[in-house]
Design a protein around this ligand. Structure first.
Ligand code: 13P
Ligand code: SF4
Length: 338
């Protein structure tokens, strides 16, 4: 596989050289100014990273932001495929990520050679691929989608068009149900959403009988069947903010609750439970690899830096650009991401 992340050169500052008394926020702000950088963060990042970011959003909003920024450097706090998307869309920018190992179970489940074979076995199917995949898999796809635009994009295709959907089987099944289309799903799952447990969720609804349940479509159907609202992270955030209810059970990665607390401090948000009812299942271990210190070092060292070979970038850009062209306009409160 092509390595799309490069390491710092010699002379780089390492974590061991960091002054323990450094005011890390102040230093990040200084480097951001000096290097004309923009910090983008996904809702699944820890609160201190969300709070220092210039923009916090879901996968689609972050892609739009990366495509339109006039900053010279994009410091992307999320996971590796998100940094890759930013580089594919903005090749002239320096794109850095805090940790080169911050991957994704969905990306890992779908290796390019296996995906190419899957496509070859289904030559009459269009490949509609979830953004949570490598640049190589994007390059083998017809259209990229996120959880916030997948349904709308699929509905624009001819009704009899057969589709292969990778890598999330739960999102694939959800989309087949919503659109009535013939969708053959790749068997990948998100290790976070996969762990939510229906039995424990039902117990929680007994304790909070007035709580609304908002779930991400990466959850299995056993969880989605209880949900009052299903959508991308941004859509879940908009739902809990706008709804009259004051208690919500949130079936997605729990760090989004930071934005919910900020938007609606008088409401109560409860992370959906995993199998034993107490585990930290709602945390993404890949997103959790990032820290303010790693963000600072990435900006200072300009590494780990995301580089995508130009021939691969061009191939991956076509389906990614189709996604942006076919996406419905964002709601008014998110227009700054458009
Ligand atoms: P969205 O923010 O697009 O809903 O994606 C969720 C996710 O799992 C990102 O890794
Ligand atoms: Fe991947 Fe799931 Fe983590 Fe998102 S939450 S980065 S889909 S493992």
């Amino acid at each position: 596989m092509i390595n799309t992340v490069i390491e710092p050169g010699t002379g780089a500052i390492g974590a061991q050289n960091l002054d323990p008394f450094l005011d890390i926020e102040q230093e990040i702000n200084r480097v951001r100014r000096e290097k004309n950088a923009v910090i983008l963060a996904h809702y699944y990042q820890e609160p201190e990273i969300q709070d220092i970011a210039d923009f916090v959003g879901d996968s689609l909003d972050l892609s739009r932001k990366a495509a339109q920024t006039d900053a010279e450097m994009i410091a992307f706090c999320g996971v590796k495929f998100m940094g890759e998307c930013a580089k594919i869309l903005s090749p002239d920018k320096t794109v850095v990520i805090p940790d080169r190992e911050a991957g994704c179970s969905l990306e890992d489940s779908c290796q390019p050679e296996d995906f190419a074979a899957f496509r070859a076995q289904n030559p009459d199917h269009m490949a509609i691929t979830y953004v949570n995949c490598s640049a190589e898999v994007k390059a083998l796809s017809d259209i990229i989608v996120t959880s916030s635009n997948a349904e709308a994009i699929i509905k624009q295709l001819p009704a009899n068009q057969k589709i292969i959907f990778a890598p999330d089987r739960h999102l694939g099944a959800y989309l087949a149900k919503k659109t009535g289309r013939d969708i053959l799903s790749w068997p990948g799952t998100c290790i976070v959403h996969e762990q939510f447990n229906e039995k424990e969720l039902v117990k929680l609804t007994v304790r909070y009988p007035n709580a609304m349940i908002a779930a991400h479509p990466e959850c299995p159907d056993s969880i989605l069947s209880h949900a009052d609202h299903i959508g991308s992270t941004r859509s879940i955030l908009d739902y809990v903010t706008d709804h009259d209810a004051v208690e919500f059970i949130v079936a997605t990665e729990q760090h989004i609750i930071h934005q919910m607390d900020k938007a609606a401090p008088h409401k109560t948000f409860i992370a959906a439970p995993g199998a034993d009812g107490t585990c930290d299942c709602a945390s993404c271990p890949f997103m959790a690899m990032n820290s303010l210190e790693k963000l600072y070092l990435a900006m200072v060292n300009e590494a780990p830096r995301v580089e995508v070979p130009e021939d691969l970038r061009i191939k991956a850009l076509t389906p990614l650009q189709k996604m942006l062209d076919m996406s419905p306009a964002p709601p008014p409160q998110n227009r700054d991401a458009a």
